[in-house]
Each structure stands twice: as structure tokens, then as C-alpha cells.
Ligand binder design. Structure first.
Ligand SMILES: [Zn+2]
Length: 324
């Protein structure tokens, strides 16, 4: 399998955009309409799996195998962290879009990316999970247009959502997709698979972006509407966080083998033998289980995450009617 450097070199050869404001930006201009689709990858540097799929999209656009009449921009957001095999170098880039004046590498990068994101009609941010996931999923606070575009991708049936007024990060820490939503445009995240290169991640990224471009083209040409496009794709299955298990004691430890979307039953023990006992308070799936590094005594090493895992459950009613 190729290395990240080889995929970055391939991107460089495809980007053909000397006028770009940002070093790791590729822009396709179809010339027929102004609808601007923006896709990002490597916002978390070591979530590299989408890049080969992105290069396939750019190759297909160049050869004419794929067409798009509007403007399509791809950015590789944090290749420096990717090459260091890290999530970020100084600060989490996906929290820096409210901090565009800072000096950290990721603050400066957010300031470079923000003007590009600000011109998106729709924005898709391609991520991967730290641990494995039983299935890919989209994630965004409830937003009707994000729901419709997430359906249009036809790449993940699971959607992790929450009522629109519940923030994800702390105050002032703005995610890339949140930055776009705050400007009144749909922006959302697709979690493809566990971080790293895989055929699964490449194929899913390629499929999602191809479907996004095809639908955006038809909508911009006026031959269809977003409602019609979404209605032709399968409905999503909506999940919401029902329980957050706080990481109150460094000795807390999940039992082995838990990943994203692992089914759990109410009362099931989630802790490892010989560590403080905690159970799933309700039946659902696990999300973002964490296995931090530990010292010789078994205590998690700082910085300890605020949560050791979440339990998500299916939203009982369609969010479009329940939350609006
Ligand atoms: Zn990520």
C-alpha cells in the first residue's frame, strides 16, 4: 500500500491550480454554474483514509470519466500532522474555527481554510474514527439540509445527531463544519472507517463525493431539487447520545474489544475485570469508546478524556418532526 507522502505527491500532480490561495487545495471549475462543493480531508492529520478516494475523484474529473458543471474544491487540511502520524501538531484543528487569530499551526491553518469554507454551498468533511466502527456514519446537530445532503451521499445509513441547540465542543471552539453551518449553509461530517488507509475508506470516500457532485450538478441545473434527490435515496437511521460515562477515576478501564456501534444491553458490564465497575445504563450502541495509555499501575495517563464512552440509542421519532 502506498504511503501518505505518495498520495500527497499524487494529489500535487492532480491539483493543477497555481492560483489557489492555499497550498493543499485542488479546484475543478466546470464552467456551467456557480454551485460550489467543498470537501476536506485530514482535518485530523492521521485520518488519512479518504485521500486515495479524493485522488480518484480528481483523476476521473480530469479524464472526463466524471463531470461536474460547477466548482469543486478539495482541501487537505492538515498534511503536516498526517506526515507526523498525529491527530494535530499543536491544537485540534477541528476546534480552531473560532480562533482564527491564534499563533498555533492549526490556528493559522484554520484562518487559511475559513475563506474557502465560507464560499461553499455545501461542505463535506471526511473523517475516520480512532477505533474501528461497525458501520460508517454521518454526524451533525439536527439541520434539515444536512440530513438531505447526507442522504444524497448514499454512503452511510447511520446518522449521529442531536437537537440543534446542543453544542458539540466547548464555547468558542468551532468545528470546520460548524463554521459553515454558522454561515447558514449545510456542512457535515462523514466518518468513513477506522483511521488509516483501506480499500473500504477509499471506495466509500469516492462513492460519497461522486454522489454529492452528481446531485449538486442536477440541482444547480434546475432539473431536480434537493428534496427530490434526497427522497430517491434510502432514509437514514438516526442515533442520539443518551448516556455519557464520565472518566471520573483514572483507574476506570473499558473491557477489551469494544468499538463504535458495538451493541450493548442495559446492565451489561462495560468495565474490564479488576477495575472500577460500570455498566451500560440502557440498551443501545457504544460510541467513541476510549482506551487511553496507562502507567504501570493501570491508571490512565493525562490528559484523561472527559468521557470513557457514550451509549447512543435510536431517535424514537424522525428528528424533522420531533425537534423542529
Ligand atoms: Zn476526525
Amino acid at each position: 500500500m502506498s504511503t501518505l507522502q505518495e498520495h500527497l505527491d499524487a494529489f500535487d500532480a492532480l491539483r493543477d491550480d497555481s492560483a489557489a490561495s492555499y497550498r493543499w487545495q485542488a479546484t475543478h471549475r466546470g464552467g456551467d454554474h456557480a454551485f460550489h462543493v467543498v470537501v476536506s480531508c485530514l482535518v485530523h492529520g492521521n485520518e488519512v483514509g479518504s485521500l486515495p478516494g479524493i485522488n480518484r475523484v480528481l483523476t476521473a474529473l480530469r479524464s472526463g470519466e466524471l463531470s461536474y458543471g460547477g466548482t469543486f474544491t478539495v482541501v487537505i487540511a492538515n498534511p503536516e500532522a498526517g506526515l507526523a502520524d498525529r491527530r494535530f501538531l499543536e491544537q485540534d484543528l477541528n476546534r480552531m474555527f473560532g480562533n482564527l487569530d491564534g499563533d498555533a499551526h492549526e490556528c493559522r491553518r484554520a484562518a487559511e481554510l475559513a475563506p474557502i469554507l465560507a464560499t461553499a454551498e455545501v461542505y463535506l468533511d471526511l473523517h475516520q474514527t480512532i477505533l474501528a466502527t461497525e458501520e460508517p456514519f454521518t454526524i451533525f446537530p439536527w439541520h434539515a439540509d444536512c440530513w438531505k445532503w447526507a442522504r444524497v451521499l448514499n454512503a452511510a445509513s447511520a446518522c449521529v445527531t442531536r437537537p440543534a441547540n446542543q453544542g458539540f465542543a466547548l464555547g468558542g471552539q468551532i468545528c470546520a463544519d460548524e463554521y459553515v453551518r454558522d454561515l447558514g449553509k449545510p456542512g457535515f461530517t462523514l466518518e468513513l472507517s477506522q483511521k488509516g488507509f483501506s480499500q473500504e475508506a477509499e471506495d466509500l470516500a469516492f462513492k460519497a463525493v461522486c454522489n454529492l457532485l452528481a446531485a449538486a450538478d442536477r440541482i444547480a441545473r434546475g432539473t431536480t431539487t434537493l428534496d427530490d434527490e434526497a427522497g430517491q435515496c434510502p432514509e437514514l437511521v438516526f442515533w442520539q447520545t443518551d448516556h455519557r460515562e464520565s472518566f471520573v477515576d483514572p483507574a476506570m478501564c473499558l473491557r477489551d474489544g469494544l468499538v463504535n456501534f458495538t451493541p450493548v444491553q442495559a446492565g451489561e458490564v462495560l468495565s474490564a475485570p479488576g477495575t472500577p465497575v460500570f455498566t451500560a445504563p440502557l440498551t443501545g450502541r457504544l460510541l467513541f469508546p476510549k482506551y487511553p495509555e496507562r502507567d504501570a499501575s493501570g491508571a490512565a495517563i493525562a490528559p484523561i478524556p472527559s468521557e470513557i464512552s457514550r451509549v447512543i440509542t435510536q431517535v424514537p421519532e424522525h428528528p424533522e418532526t420531533a425537534w423542529v
